[in-house]
Design a protein around this ligand. Structure first.
Ligand SMILES: NC(=O)c1ccc[n+]([C@@H]2O[C@H](COP(=O)([O-])OP(=O)(O)OC[C@H]3O[C@@H](n4cnc5c(N)ncnc54)[C@H](O)[C@@H]3O)[C@@H](O)[C@H]2O)c1
Ligand SMILES: O=C(O)C[C@H](O)C(=O)O
Length: 326
């Protein structure tokens, strides 16, 4: 039995993500919460012939409490594209609900800026005395999905895309996104040249801008994000159910020494509190934070460029919970 909850379920990401979770046969209960339209989305999805029982909730009548009760996994795409200050408040308030009603659930944060919203969730959980660094994840899967797609395009064969894997580390915004192309399952040909590699790195780092521009002011990535969110949530659920060997890059707290957090800080040469790295998932969440391994001098330079910005983003998230400003 797996209960999945989507907070922000009526939005551009929330609706297709909820559809994909309804289509996941391992989900037995799906609770959809939003400040608008969630009951309608829920009834619509409830007609799909898959096992999940779907309910929709609004804030009235303790809707958030009802949605979160018994949750195993809570996915949060609530918020507004490119409005960090507003999202910070939304995430803080929703995190209070999760910390109170479902403190043991896995929390998957999609709302931007992920580099700061994940620390906000963690700080709220700390205040409630229920913080477990192994259960809070920033969803960076869209960067991983983009890397697979763009690498396969460069290789001239889009049919490779589903099997191309590239670890993408760091964070989820601009220069904090660091694709380790040297570790691609499908190596780039040496004939490609450094400037083409640099261009590919930039495309992965700023893939979000490509979508925002193409949508011409009507929002940011929603469908590809829903796909990516469902991919990651699916892996978390499979690990929860006991499947072993599942690894995915995700933005996590590095406080837990026993799972390799401190070892990664040492490798980075900086005491960062959060970083996205390939993480082995287990029934209790983060089972092992993997090392970055062998990286090229160019990738080391990219990581060095990401670290100061990440530190600022993390600080903003942490201090927001104390003095709300982002
Ligand atoms: N992590 C990533 O890779 C990634 C990718 C794309 C977008 N995003 C982010 O995801 C978020 C959502 O994007 P979208 O395109 O779906 O936006 P959207 O505006 O289409 O949908 C957001 C939904 O959140 C709901 N909402 C607002 N306040 C809420 C609250 N307090 N409680 C519950 N629901 C609330 C809204 O009613 C709306 O339905 C944005 O912050 C965006 O930047 C992240
Ligand atoms: O770029 C955005 O604002 C949305 C998202 O973070 C993305 O990567 O597409």
């Amino acid at each position: 039995m797996v209960k999945a909850v989507v907070l922000g379920a009526a939005g551009g990401i929330g609706q297709p993500l909820s559809l994909l979770l309804k289509a996941n046969p391992t989900v037995t209960e799906l609770a959809l919460y939003d400040i608008v339209n969630a009951p309608g989305v829920a009834v619509d999805l409830s007609h799909i012939a898959t096992p999940a029982k779907v309910e929709g909730y609004l804030p009235a009548d303790e809707g958030l409490k009802k949605a979160l009760t018994g949750a195993d996994i809570v996915v949060i795409p609530a918020g507004i594209p490119r409005k960090p200050g507003i999202n910070a408040g939304i995430i803080r308030d929703l995190a209070m609900g999760v910390a109170t009603i479902a403190p043991k659930a896995f929390v998957l944060v999609i709302s931007n800026p992920v580099n700061s919203t994940v620390p906000i969730v963690a700080e709220v959980f700390k205040k409630h005395g229920v913080f477990d660094p192994k259960r809070i994840f920033g969803v960076t899967t869209l960067d991983v999905v983009r890397a697979s797609t763009f690498v396969s395009e460069v290789l001239g064969d889009l049919s490779l895309a589903p099997s191309v894997t590239v670890p993408v580390v760091g964070g989820h915004s601009g220069v904090t996104i660091v694709p380790l192309l040297s570790q691609s399952s499908h190596p780039l040909p040496p004939s490609l040249g450094q400037s083409a590699v640099d261009k590919l790195v930039k495309r992965i780092q700023f893939g979000g801008d490509e979508v925002v521009k193409a949508k011409d002011g009507a929002g940011s990535a929603t469908l590809s994000m829903a796909y990516a969110g469902a991919e990651f949530a699916g892996k978390v659920i499979r690990a929860l159910k006991g499947e072993k060997g599942l690894v995915a890059p995700t933005y996590v707290n590095l406080a837990a020494d026993e799972v390799g957090g401190k070892a990664l800080q040492k490798e980075l040469g900086k005491d960062l509190e959060y970083f996205s790295a390939p993480v082995e998932l287990g029934p209790n969440g983060v089972q092992k934070i993997n090392a970055l391994g062998n990286i090229t001098p160019a990738e080391t330079t990219l990581i060095q460029a990401a670290l100061p910005e990440l530190a600022i983003n993390i600080d903003k998230g942490i201090s927001f919970v104390e003095a709300p400003k982002l």
